[in-house]
Design a binder for this molecule. Structure first.
Ligand SMILES: C[S@@+](CC[C@H](N)C(=O)[O-])C[C@H]1O[C@@H](n2cnc3c(N)ncnc32)[C@H](O)[C@@H]1O
Length: 281
């Protein structure tokens, strides 16, 4: 597809689904869409969109493809282990009512995984888990607690599976007590305002196709939405080189903590004082 085709496609996607593709890396998106359109047997962008406009199912399939909603429980086991053994216990020392946001939660596997950890670590706490996504179909499945395929549960231990999931002919659903622990809402990270006051924000495997500029805007927004000492948890293949300029400090791989700006200023002033004698020598 050429630039003109891509502009036409962006205009159509915006009009039909309200999604602005300006935030996505253009070349990468064009390559993916070329493959998608060819795989589905269309001769080009124009015939493809005449089918999309006539059939809501084809539009939904395109949206699923564009937003890539692959997920699984306890995805990136190593990071989840750090969340369980280091990050959440630290946050619980300060509060027994944590405010958590899973941004780009897809089918709900990520926020339910956190609900399961909290059930183990702080069963009497009064925590809130907000989980948001752009994709209504994923959110509907998330709200019903499934059903999930066995492949979504690959990282789930036998004990957790027996305790927290119910098996049926259709697959696995989360145990009923978890349904009320997560508040699922439709939210577009690119347009909608962010709530503030979070102790933990997870935004994992969502921004990988976004432009660097969009990523920076989102990360700044997340930093603002965190409480002091709150934690941002990103995907294991993602990086954040400009964390410090946003008031975030790397704690462990994939985890960044929001520094209390007053404390940070104080310690940098102390650092300057401590360095002064050395400078005189
Ligand atoms: C690959 S999934 C990640 C799910 C989960 N965070 C994980 O790591 O397993 C990416 C999700 O981001 C959502 N998403 C993409 N663009 C979005 C946007 N602009 N606003 C909100 N959600 C978005 C998609 O709908 C999809 O469900």
């Amino acid at each position: 597809m050429n630039e003109k085709d891509y502009e036409f496609l962006k205009m159509k996607v915006k009009k039909l689904a309200g999604l602005s593709l300006d935030a996505y890396k253009g070349e990468q998106m064009m390559r993916r869409l070329d493959g998608y359109i060819a795989r589905h047997g269309y001769a080009g962008v124009v015939p493809f969109f005449s089918a999309v406009e006539k059939d809501k199912e084809i539009l939904q399939q395109l949206m699923d493809f564009l937003t890539i909603n692959v997920s699984e429980f306890f995805r990136d086991n190593e990071q989840f282990n750090v969340l369980k053994t280091r990050v959440i216990p630290d946050l619980l020392k300060k509060s027994q009512s944590l405010n958590i946001w899973s941004a780009g939660c897809s089918i709900g596997a990520e926020p339910y995984s956190v609900a399961m950890l909290l059930d183990e670590l702080s069963p009497h706490g009064k925590h809130r888990i907000l989980a948001t996504d752009l994709d209504d179909k994923s959110l509907a499945r998330a709200r019903s607690g499934g059903p999930y395929a066995e492949s979504h549960l690959e990282q789930v231990t036998k004990g957790v599976m027996l305790k927290n999931f119910v098996k049926s002919d259709e697959g696995y659903t989360v145990a009923p007590k978890f349904l009320s622990k997560v508040d699922f809402k439709r939210h577009n990270l690119l347009n909608d305002p962010f709530e503030v006051g979070f102790d933990l924000i997870m935004c994992r495997n969502v921004t990988i196709y976004f432009t660097e500029e969009t990523k920076e805007t989102l990360n700044k927004g997340f930093a603002k939405s965190l409480n002091n000492d709150g934690v941002l948890f990103i995907g294991s293949t993602e990086s954040m080189l400009d964390a410090q300029s946003m008031g975030l400090k790397r704690m462990f791989a994939s985890f960044f903590c929001k520094e209390d700006s007053a404390k940070a200023n104080q310690s940098s002033a102390l650092g300057m004082k401590a360095k002064a004698p050395a400078a005189r020598v």
